[in-house]
Design a protein around this ligand. Structure first.
Ligand code: CP3
Length: 344
C-alpha cells in the first residue's frame, strides 16, 4: 500500500502521533497575499468565479505554512446564486441575497440541473488544484448545509438568531420544507461535481445548527446532512465526509452515526476533554482552538494548542480552529500554532 496522506489516514480512523492540521478560512483577509489577489480579481465574487485566481488564493496558505489540507476557495452562498437568487457582498457588512419566502418564489428557482451553468468555474478551480497541490496535501471540497444556506436565502442576509428562517418554518412549513428539499438536491449535485473534478474529502458547514431546538435539530440539521452524506457515499464510495453542526453542544454526542460522517468538526463551545470521551469515541474529530488565539498569540495560544492536542491524542484527530480565522489575525500566530502542533 502506498503511504497515504495524513488527513485521509485520520479520516479513516487512524490515531497519528502528530495530528494533521488545516484551518477554516485559511485563505483569507489576514494574509497580505490574499488581499493582493482579491484586489486583482476586483471583488470577492469575481475571485470565487475566476478559476486561476481562486486556485492561487487556495495555494497561498499551503505555500506559506504547508498545511496538510487545502480547502477549495469558494463560498456556501454560490449554491443559492446558482439556483437563481441574486447575491452580492456589501463591504464591511457581509452577504446580501434576494429573499425567498413564498411557494411561488421556491417554484421560480432554477431546476437543480441548471446549477452547473453557474458553478462550472468552481469545478475548473478544483481541477487546477487537483493537478497543482503537493502530493501530501489533501483537497477538501465543501458546501453549506441546507439549514444554514436556507437561513441566508430566507432572510436575504446573515442574522444573529436566524429569526426569519425560524419564522417561515413556524408559519409556513410546506414552503420551508420545499426550499430545504431544493437546496439538499442542489447540494448533492454540486458536491458530486466537485468530487468528479478532484475533491478528495467533502466538508458540510452547518454554521447555524445551534439555533435549531428539539426535534428541529434532528429534522433540519442532522437529517439533511445525513441525506447528503448518504447520496455522496452511494455515488462516490470511499469519499470521506466531515460534518460541522456548529453550536450543537451536547448534541455532538452520537452525531457521527446519525449523519453517517467520517469526522465531526467541533466548535470551540465544547471542551476538548469532554469531546474526547463523548464524541471522539465514535470516530475522527476536527477542531477546536478558539480563533481569537490567532489574534492574541503568546503563551495562551501555545498552552491551549497543547491542551487540545493532548486531549485528543488517544484517537483520530485533525487539528483546526473552532471557527474561521478572522481578518485581524496575525499570520505569525498561525505559524506558532502549527509549530506547536508539530512539536517544533
Ligand atoms: O475556509 C476557506 O478558506 C474556504 C473558503 C470559504 C469561504 N467561506 C471564503 C470566504 C468557506 C469554506 C466559506 C464558508 C462560509 N461562507 C460559511 C460557513 C462557515 C462559517 O464561517 O460559518 C458561511 C456562513 C459563509 C457565508 C459568508 N461568506 C459570510 C457570512 C461572509 C461574510 C463574513 C466575512 O467573513 O466577511 C462571507 C465572505 C467570505 N467567504 C470571505 C471569505 C474569504 C471574506 C470575503 C472577503 O474577502 O471580503
Amino acid at each position: 500500500m502506498t503511504a497515504q496522506k495524513t488527513i485521509l489516514r485520520a479520516l479513516a480512523g487512524e490515531t497519528l502521533p502528530t495530528p494533521p492540521i488545516w484551518m477554516m478560512r485559511q485563505a483569507g483577509r489576514y494574509l497580505p497575499e490574499y488581499k493582493a489577489t482579491r484586489a486583482q480579481a476586483g471583488d470577492f465574487l469575481s475571485l470565487c468565479y475566476n478559476p486561476e485566481l481562486a486556485a492561487e488564493v487556495t495555494f497561498q496558505p499551503i505555500r506559506r505554512y504547508g498545511f496538510d489540507a487545502a480547502i477549495l476557495f469558494a463560498d456556501i452562498l454560490l449554491v443559492p446564486q446558482a439556483l437563481g437568487a441574486d447575491l452580492w457582498f456589501v463591504t464591511g457588512e457581509g452577504p446580501r441575497l434576494s429573499t425567498i419566502t413564498t411557494q411561488a418564489e421556491v417554484d421560480a428557482l432554477k431546476p437543480v440541473e441548471a446549477i452547473h451553468d453557474t458553478l462550472n468555474p468552481i469545478y475548473e478551480t478544483v481541477r487546477i488544484l487537483s493537478k497543482g497541490l503537493p502530493s501530501e496535501t489533501t483537497l477538501i471540497g465543501f458546501a453549506g448545509a441546507p439549514w444554514t444556506v436556507a437561513t441566508y436565502m430566507i432572510a436575504g442576509q446573515g442574522t444573529p438568531d436566524q429569526g426569519p428562517a425560524h419564522g417561515l418554518k413556524a408559519e409556513n412549513r410546506a414552503v420551508f420544507d420545499a426550499l430545504m428539499a431544493r437546496i439538499t438536491e442542489a447540494t448533492i449535485e454540486y458536491l458530486s461535481a466537485q468530487i468528479n473534478a478532484g475533491a478528495e474529502v467533502i466538508k458540510i458547514f452547518d454554521s447555524w445548527a445551534g439555533s435549531l431546538q428539539g426535534a428541529d435539530f434532528v429534522d433540519y440539521s442532522i437529517k439533511p446532512m445525513q441525506q447528503i452524506t448518504e447520496a455522496i457515499k452511494e455515488r462516490h464510495p470511499g469519499i470521506p465526509v466531515i460534518a460541522f453542526p456548529r453550536g450543537a453542544g451536547e448534541r455532538y454526542v452520537g452525531a457521527h452515526a446519525a449523519i453517517g460522517a467520517d469526522c465531526v468538526a467541533l466548535d470551540d463551545g465544547v471542551d476538548a476533554t469532554w469531546a474526547a470521551t463523548h464524541v471522539q469515541k465514535d470516530g475522527c474529530v476536527q477542531g477546536n482552538l478558539k480563533s481569537s488565539h490567532m489574534v492574541t498569540g503568546g503563551d495562551a495560544l501555545v498552552s491551549e494548542t497543547r491542551r487540545i492536542v493532548d486531549a485528543f491524542s488517544g484517537g483520530p484527530h485533525i487539528f483546526n480552529l473552532g471557527h474561521g480565522i478572522t481578518p485581524d489575525a496575525d499570520p505569525e500566530n498561525v505559524q506558532l500554532m502549527i509549530d506547536t502542533v508539530r512539536g517544533k
